[in-house]
Design a protein around this ligand. Structure first.
Ligand SMILES: [Zn+2]
Length: 386
């Protein structure tokens, strides 16, 4: 961060489920995803035998979609077309994730459940064995595995053995940000349900009706979130996250007038601070705890996404269409900087950030990746390049 700035780490986005009451309408409550809905309903109509893989980028709203899937499966309504009714006991317990026939696991949970001396692989195997028990009230038990793509290969192999022998009494639902991190043999045994961005108008209406935001705020949030329902909901719930984003963007704008050494120093501080906040989530990914590598990667990805959004807005502003840039309302001074930096330099910066973002997915070193982005961040005078 800039000298003298006291930085507070960003809150890690968390999911807050919608609360249903007697006024809640029947049907799916998550947004959009017509194809995934259709495939999920078809799978249920065929007896719910297939394992499902709910996948999509972080922030796309997978958790809300999974809530719908659970309600769809556990709803007491006898006709599939009436499900989920969102009024019966089955729907309520499913959405509260307290249904007696729902078992939930994740690499994070297995890590916490380890008995002393037990490895996370052994804990996962033990959990899978227990999950194979018979359902109590429903026809089928739902075995939900979150962050499945963060499980080690050994754990995935154990999971594969279970998926290879489907039963009439269990349905597996796997959730993953990056399905490519799953064994191909696991992917091929699951019905993929892809969750992605939703139309902005639908997201705005949802933020106004369900999250009680005024129209202008709903509009700005929907655009900031780029149509990602989960990200928009996290911002709506947690103003700290929005504050962090604004601060990271203001800092990036100010770096345009700083030299290379200042930029690298700022990037290092920002990365460390963000990684500290992302650490509890990232700890799960590494069996050899205390290596902050995955926390750093997650932090760098969060930062680059926020930078990229601002840079795209600067490009739009430099092209004379700043009314289309959501950051305009949040980051003061944006239009002036866009004019001074120039369209060409901003386009170059945006391309570099896109490369850096892709590189982080493919194991580029987080700090070096952010520093590389800084080399193509516009300099207002040639002297500053030194
Ligand atoms: Zn129901």
């Amino acid at each position: 961060m800039a000298p003298g700035t006291t930085a507070r780490p960003p809150p890690v986005p968390t999911y807050t489920p919608l609360v249903i009451d007697t006024a809640t309408p029947a049907g799916f409550l998550s947004l959009g995803q017509p194809t995934a809905r259709r495939l999920a309903i078809r799978s249920l109509e065929r007896g719910g035998r297939a394992s499902l893989l709910v996948h999509g980028p972080a922030g796309s709203g997978k958790a809300a979609f999974v809530d719908d899937l659970l309600a769809l499966h556990f709803c007491d309504a006898s006709i599939t077309a009436d499900r989920p009714c969102n009024a019966c006991r089955g729907c309520r317990d499913a959405r509260a994730r307290s249904h007696p026939d729902l078992v939930i696991g994740s690499p994070e949970a297995w890590r916490e459940d380890r008995s002393s001396g037990e490895s996370i692989v052994a804990a996962a195997r033990r959990w899978l064995l227990a999950a194979a028990g018979a359902p109590v009230t429903a026809d089928r038990r739902i075995v939900l595995i979150e962050q499945a793509d963060q499980a080690s290969e050994q754990i995935q192999n154990a999971l594969l053995k279970v998926l290879e022998e489907p039963t009439d009494r269990h349905t597996f639902i796997l959730v993953a940000d990056e399905p490519s991190n799953l064994l191909p043999t696991i992917r091929s045994r699951c019905q993929p349900l892809r969750i992605g961005a939703v139309p902005l108008s639908e997201l705005v209406a949802h933020l106004m009706n369900e999250r009680r935001l005024p129209q202008d705020q709903a509009d700005a949030l929907a655009r900031i979130a780029d149509g990602m329902a989960g990200t928009a909901a996290a911002y709506a719930e947690d103003h700290e996250l929005l504050t962090w984003r604004r601060r990271v963007q203001s800092e990036l704008l100010s770096l345009i007038e700083r030299n290379r050494a200042d930029r690298f120093g700022s990037v290092r501080d920002l990365l460390d601070e963000t990684a500290r906040a992302a650490r509890p989530v990232a700890d799960v990914m590494d069996e050899e705890v205390r290596t902050p590598a995955s926390a750093q990667r997650r932090a760098a990805t969060m930062i680059v996404e926020v930078w990229l959004a601002l840079t795209r807005d600067l490009v739009v502003a430099a092209a004379g269409r700043s009314e289309l840039a959501p950051a305009r309302e949040l980051v003061p001074g944006m239009e002036e900087i866009a004019r001074r930096a120039g369209l060409e330099a901003l386009l170059r910066a945006a391309r570099r950030l896109e490369q850096v973002h892709a590189g982080l997915r493919e194991n580029a070193a987080p700090r070096l990746a952010l520093e590389a982005a800084m080399l193509d961040w516009p300099f207002l005078t040639p002297d500053e390049r030194r």
